[in-house]
Write a protein that binds this ligand. Structure first.
Ligand code: HH2
Length: 270
């Protein structure tokens, strides 16, 4: 039987300060155990990160980020899911790829370290290029766009063209509108409502809504752990509009919801 028509990217935050699960998987063994559990739940990509990107997060030195992520990547690699490294730093990505990662998730879309593109090309890795307005220190300070969807599309296309010029194969590039990265609730909703326009750029689209604060703003859910229902609603609608990769904390719940959504949308059901 063919695999599911979507991919789940399970989040493994090896950080003390991530917005929803900071500290929960900061111990190396806990992170590895968590990654394996997400794989058992249906994740085909495990996204290992050692630096929080939440607004005003404290920057992490490269050596410390490397120390947090490299052993976790090494322990999770080769067990089935593709291991992704969620980093903006070349040295961290280099070490992760050497330790068995096959995917680089760079929230700056290779702007922080343009040599990241050549590295990804050279290693034949897959990558995610995400839109962010400014940087985590300033991104939520009154973000403005002419038309958020048009602006994000133009940015993502430009970054994909840069990656291709640097030698990355088109089918190795995923694009992500960067929900919550320099966006108001209205901006996030416009990007979700018009995900089909981003899909029309011709690349796989990644959506990262998991537990994010726009769900709280809309539905009054102060504890991020309680935001799985809102996460699922946004992911299912983005799936219907053509997104195919979902970056989530709660993999089992997302798998169930998207499996039912995908079957419902097929003309012949199951
Ligand atoms: N969101 C976060 C981090 N990395 N990468 C992509 N491609 N898309 C996203 O939407 C995205 C991302 C933020 O979520 P999280 O990792 O849970 O929190 P933190 O950055 O605080 O560690």
């Amino acid at each position: 039987m063919a695999g599911p028509p979507f991919e789940l990217m399970g989040i493994v935050n090896v950080t003390p300060d991530s917005f929803s699960d900071g500290g929960e998987w900061f111990e190396r063994d806990a992170a590895v155990t968590h990654g394996r559990a997400l794989a058992a739940d249906g994740a085909s990509i495990l996204d290992v990160g050692g630096e929080s990107t939440r607004p005003h997060a404290t920057p992490v030195a490269p050596e410390e980020e490397l120390r947090r992520t490299e052993p976790v990547v090494r322990a999770l690699a080769g067990a089935g899911p593709t291991v992704s490294i969620d980093t903006t730093k070349l040295v961290v990505a280099e070490a992760a790829l050497a330790a068995g990662a096959g995917y680089v998730n760079d929230v700056t879309a290779f702007r922080a370290e343009p040599d990241m593109a050549g590295l990804v090309a050279d290693r034949g890795a897959r990558c995610c290029l995400m839109h962010m307005l400014g940087d985590p220190g300033t991104m939520q300070d009154d973000p403005r766009y002419d038309d958020v969807v048009d602006d994000v599309k133009a940015f993502l296309l430009g970054r994909a063209e840069f990656a291709v010029r640097e030698g990355v194969r088109e089918d190795r590039i995923d694009l992500d509108p960067g929900i919550g990265f320099g966006k108001t609730v209205a901006h996030n909703l416009a990007l979700l409502r018009r995900t089909d326009e981003i899909v029309a750029l011709g690349f796989r689209v990644v959506i990262g809504v998991s537990r994010k604060s726009f769900i709280h703003r809309l539905a009054d859910v102060p504890d991020p752990h309680d935001r799985a229902p809102g996460t699922i609603a946004a992911n299912v609608l983005a799936y219907e509009r053509g997104a195919r990769v979902f970056r989530v904390h709660d993999v089992a719940e997302a798998r169930q919801a998207l499996t039912v959504a995908a079957a419902t949308l097929r003309p012949d059901g199951v």
